[in-house]
Design a protein around this ligand. Structure first.
Ligand SMILES: Cc1cc2nc3c(=O)[nH]c(=O)nc-3n(C[C@H](O)[C@H](O)[C@H](O)COP(=O)(O)O)c2cc1C
Length: 141
């Protein structure tokens, strides 16, 4: 059994839908905690075997600046060795630059990032939610 923690920010609910589906996928045989970034601490990350972070593309291809950006910045002090990390988020008009930069940043912290991050345009459809569940399942293995 693994401890999986999912931490996300969502303004209009699209990334929140993704987070719920990642949770469903991760649940099989694991302990899963789903937290808004507003309620999360570094300790939630440090105590988990696997962590998923979700944030839409905001600003101009940036993480949300009020909560997610400072939280991610604070993670440079966390020991990521042996931890699997998944990234996900919704976007609209961009080409996924925010996610590429976020994945590189997490790799720089020593995290073992699954793939390149799961991006979905606006509201996830049934296929998109399935991809989120599959990501959760990978995270929980
Ligand atoms: C202030 C603001 C800035 C945004 N900037 C970008 C952007 O740079 N690139 C992009 O692809 N989408 C951008 N978007 C679109 C959001 O990523 C998109 O609406 C997403 O579905 C929001 O996810 P949420 O429902 O989880 O908040 C922006 C949206 C807002 C409100």
């Amino acid at each position: 059994m693994k401890k999986v923690t999912i931490i996300y920010w969502s303004g209009t609910g699209n990334t929140e839908m993704m987070a719920q589906a990642v949770k469903e996928g991760a649940e099989q045989g694991n302990t899963v905690k789903l937290l808004r970034v507003e309620d999360a601490t570094q300790q939630d990350v440090a105590a988990a075997d696997a962590v998923a972070f979700g944030c839409p593309s905001m600003g101009s291809e940036m993480l949300e600046e009020g909560y997610m950006e400072p939280f991610v910045a604070s993670l440079q002090d966390v020991d990521f060795s042996g931890k699997t990390v998944a990234l996900f988020g919704s976007y609209d008009w961009g080409d996924g630059q925010w996610m590429r930069e976020w994945a590189d940043r997490m790799k720089g912290y020593g995290a073992n990032v699954i793939g390149e991050g799961l991006t979905i345009q606006l509201t996830p459809d049934a296929d998109g939610l399935q991809e989120c569940k599959a990501l959760g399942a990978t995270l929980g293995k």
